[in-house]
Design a protein around this ligand. Structure first.
Ligand SMILES: [Zn+2]
Length: 301
């Protein structure tokens, strides 16, 4: 059960939990409210065919955010086979909730490039990117048309791609997204981001979630921090990054390139905010990570 469902079902059933939650929210919210906080990483909507992240309701998300003083957030669809309905759902959410900004999600159906090395040394890369994509359905949607529709008709402000389940973007698709000058939040390793995008399009606006090291890959964290220092439009989001030394290193070395994200409903945003607030870093850095950096990429007005 995801945190949103968990919170709500517990709230109904358990008065003691409700009191504790209110108490904690009150305790922390005045501290959190000192900052403008924008959450750049929230999965929302109905979802399709997966056990994780079931129906995540926008009103519930707003409850969670308002409780702890997060003013705005970027939301994108949970897993869908094609995302056509899901992108429309995000459009309606964005229309109804002025503090939620939508990113579209795409299924390119294009099999991942499988590095031979990863076949020889399974399981992480091979299983997650290679095998899933090996079995991926054929591309039945007009991805280019969907990109145009997301921006022109739905007024979405960027894209989210998980190549492991959604397939790879082609060069044409990347070039088209670049023409619209919007960021792509793309869950991949820093090496793949370089090989598949930055090598050809070094100025593409990319947000690499989980600081590039999900799950807990220290080489990738370090590589991502270094790359974000080198590529002008490469940013890292802090979602699901639990290591304080990695967060500290990132904020100290690339304070203009780190963006706060929670990964709600997998992670409660209060957990991510707390991890950042307990670091020994200048307050100006914290303000950049909480809101100033993402505003350089996305227009929230
Ligand atoms: Zn996520």
């Amino acid at each position: 059960m995801d945190p949103i469902h968990l919170l709500h079902s517990l709230n109904k059933r358990n008065a003691m939990y409700q009191n504790t939650l209110n108490y904690i929210s009150k305790k922390v919210s005045h501290i959190f409210h000192q900052y403008e906080i924008i959450d750049n990483h929230i999965h929302i909507g109905k979802g399709e065919g997966v056990w994780f992240y079931p129906d995540v309701d926008a009103a519930r998300v707003m409850d969670v955010l308002e409780n702890i003083g997060i003013s705005k957030a970027i939301v994108f669809p949970n897993y869908h086979k094609k995302y056509l309905d899901a992108n429309e759902e995000i459009f309606h959410i964005q229309q109804s909730f002025k503090n939620l900004v939508g990113f579209g999600r795409l299924n390119t159906g294009r099999a991942s490039w499988i590095p031979w090395k990863s076949i020889l040394s399974p399981p992480r890369q091979f299983l997650s990117a290679g095998l899933t994509n090996f079995l991926i359905r054929k591309n039945k949607i007009d991805t280019q048309a969907e990109i145009v529709k997301c921006i022109n008709r739905y007024k979405l402000k960027g894209f989210k791609i998980s190549p492991g389940v959604d397939g790879q973007l082609s060069k044409d698709e990347i070039a088209l997204i670049n023409e619209f000058d919007v960021p792509i939040l793309i869950h991949d390793s820093p090496q793949n981001i370089y090989n598949r995008i930055l090598r050809f399009f070094p100025k593409t606006k990319i947000i690499l979630p989980h600081m590039g090291g999900y799950p807990a890959n220290s080489d990738d964290y370090l590589k991502a921090i270094k790359m974000a220092g080198e590529y002008e439009n490469l940013y890292l989001d802090t979602s699901a990054t639990m290591f304080q030394y990695i967060l500290h290193k990132g904020i100290t070395e690339i304070p203009d390139k780190l963006i706060f994200g929670s990964d709600l409903p997998a992670w409660h945003p209060a957990a991510g905010v707390t991890l950042l607030m307990t670091l020994d870093i200048p307050e100006t850095h914290l303000r950049r990570v909480f809101s100033e950096n993402i505003k350089k990429l996305v227009d929230f007005s």
